[in-house]
Design a protein around this ligand. Structure first.
Ligand code: GLN
Length: 487
């Protein structure tokens, strides 16, 4: 088997058995990147020097006979929205070109303590705003299953890199679906943890009441391994929650007998692709065959989710992005006459079209006279949505839906129609608005061999149950084992 196509747990076993070194694995990954990234365009930056340094360190420990942890020496990719000390972090925005953080985000620190190898920084929609990675200020990432298709977004670089075997696993972030929707488009696993489960210290903020960091992996076991590494309370993030982190690997039981699965009637939306519908219904049938108790449920406020998300997310973004003015970070235009011109010209040049659209929208919904009608109203509906889920979770343990209404669309297909683009997140957004966790796993392919994703939502801090349901499904299917041919 090629080293680049291994999972975290497979490579770990080979390292421990001394059949492979971390340097060999890291070399294999860079070879693979060299071979395919000209087509996929997942990476914005490669960090070979640091990667080999870390790999060699782990190899020396192995030679000395020391025990190593399950992420030691494993080559990973990072979405370029996570602050990495001494390594440029751009959020795929021209306005952050040249910005080199002087500290590591908490998740980076945790992975470094576990001696993971970082291969480089991955492309994304600028400031994580988008569902296709076409909004990157630098390059368009292509779907490894079909290079004319989008990889999803905003963590499209992360999902495409995992699917194309350009890293063993990656981290992404999810504000409205940005881990799960690209995972679905690229046929890999993606988990958005409960709000507060993972520290966001060192994550460049998009919408602070929604953002979460999570794993994008080749299988569910790897997802559990990364969740063990990144979860937990952090005094640097006041929204992180101080509750015990279970060992997620222990949740990986092949057993769903008696588990109550809710199917929300509101999620069979108009415009849903018939092949997506078919695959998801087959997945539900499989759960039933495996002994789960399937129940129809209702989440009555679902229809408002996209609308209120685009009020709340843009409002928070307009305030978070006010800090990019040419003074502290990245880009500063030349030749300005006064301070105001420096601010305005830097922002005009540095931000892309979608980011500007959102800042304008967000500023509008927060402005005097409109705040009550928009932001406040949206917050009230958000509370009603939370109640919908609370009631549903009294009857069921998890909720199963499609991850996205269609498989990956064509590059360019929705760029002129932002509303159409916004609707790709109709199934993922309610999860962020209510703070609950959800995972996307592969559940089929359409007639063009494009992957289809299944979403499983859970109770707050119920990641263990999600992983268990996902693992059971995965171990009874082989969708996760298929690879794109990339030719
Ligand atoms: N696609 C959604 C948006 O454009 C969600 C993005 C995200 O989760 N970061 O806002």
């Amino acid at each position: 088997m090629d080293l680049h196509s291994l999972t975290i747990h497979q490579l770990h076993d080979l390292l421990v058995r001394k059949e492979v070194t971390s340097r060999e694995a890291t070399e294999a990954l860079y070879r693979r990147i060299n071979e395919v990234d000209a087509h996929v365009k997942a990476y914005l930056l490669l960090t070979q020097k640091e990667a080999f340094h870390q790999a060699d360190q782990v190899d020396r420990q192995i030679v000395r006979g020391e025990e190593i942890g399950d992420l030691a020496g494993i080559p990973l990719g990072l979405k370029d929205i996570l602050c990495t000390k001494g390594i440029q972090t751009t959020c795929a925005s021209k306005i952050l070109e040249g910005y080199i953080p002087f500290y590591d985000g908490t998740v980076i620190k945790k992975l470094k303590e576990r001696e993971a190898v970082f291969l480089g920084k991955l492309n994304m929609d600028e400031f994580a705003m988008g569902s296709s990675t076409e909004n990157s200020g630098f390059q368009i990432t292509h779907n490894p299953w079909n290079l004319e298709r989008i990889p999803g977004g905003s963590s499209g670089g992360s999902a495409a890199a995992v699917a194309a075997d350009e890293c063993i696993a990656a981290l992404g972030t999810d504000t409205g679906g940005s881990i799960r929707q690209p995972a679905a488009c690229c046929g890999v696993v993606g988990l958005k943890p409960t709000y507060g489960r993972v520290s966001r210290y060192g994550l460049v903020a998009f919408a602070s009441s929604l953002d979460q960091i999570g794993p994008i992996t080749k299988d569910v076991e790897d997802c559990a391994i990364l969740m063990n590494a990144i979860s937990g309370y952090d005094p640097h993030d006041s929204t992180s929650v101080n509750t015990e982190v279970p060992n997620y690997k222990e949740s990986l039981k092949k057993e769903v007998k008696g588990i109550r699965i809710g199917i929300p009637e509101e999620y069979w939306v108009e415009g849903m692709d018939p092949e997506v519908e078919k695959s998801v219904k087959e997945a539900i049938d499989l759960f039933k065959k495996l002994g789960a108790d399937i129940q129809s449920i209702s989440l009555p406020h679902t229809e408002y989710a996209v609308a209120i998300y685009y009020i709340i997310a843009t409002a928070e973004a307009s305030s978070n992005l006010a800090r990019y003015d040419g003074v502290k970070y990245g880009l500063r235009i030349k030749g300005y006459r006064d301070l105001m011109e420096m601010y305005t010209q830097t922002r005009a040049k540095g931000f892309g079209k979608e980011v500007k659209r959102r800042i304008i929208l967000g500023t509008y919904v927060l402005s005097a006279g409109y705040y009550e009608a928009y932001y406040r109203k949206a917050s009230q509906v958000r509370t009603l949505m939370r109640k919908d889920f609370e009631e549903a979770f009294q009857r069921v343990d998890v909720i199963v839906t499609p991850t996205a209404p269609t498989p990956a669309f064509r590059v360019g297909e929705k760029t002129e129609n932002p509303l159409q683009m916004y609707l790709s997140d109709i199934h993922t957004i309610p999860v962020n608005l209510t703070g609950i966790p959800a995972i996307s796993i592969p559940c089929g392919f359409n007639h063009e061999n494009l992957p289809i994703g299944l979403q499983i939502m859970g109770k707050p801090f119920g990641e263990g149950m999600l992983l268990r349901a996902a693992y059971t499904f995965e171990q009874n299917t082989d969708f996760h084992l298929k690879k794109p041919s990339l030719t």
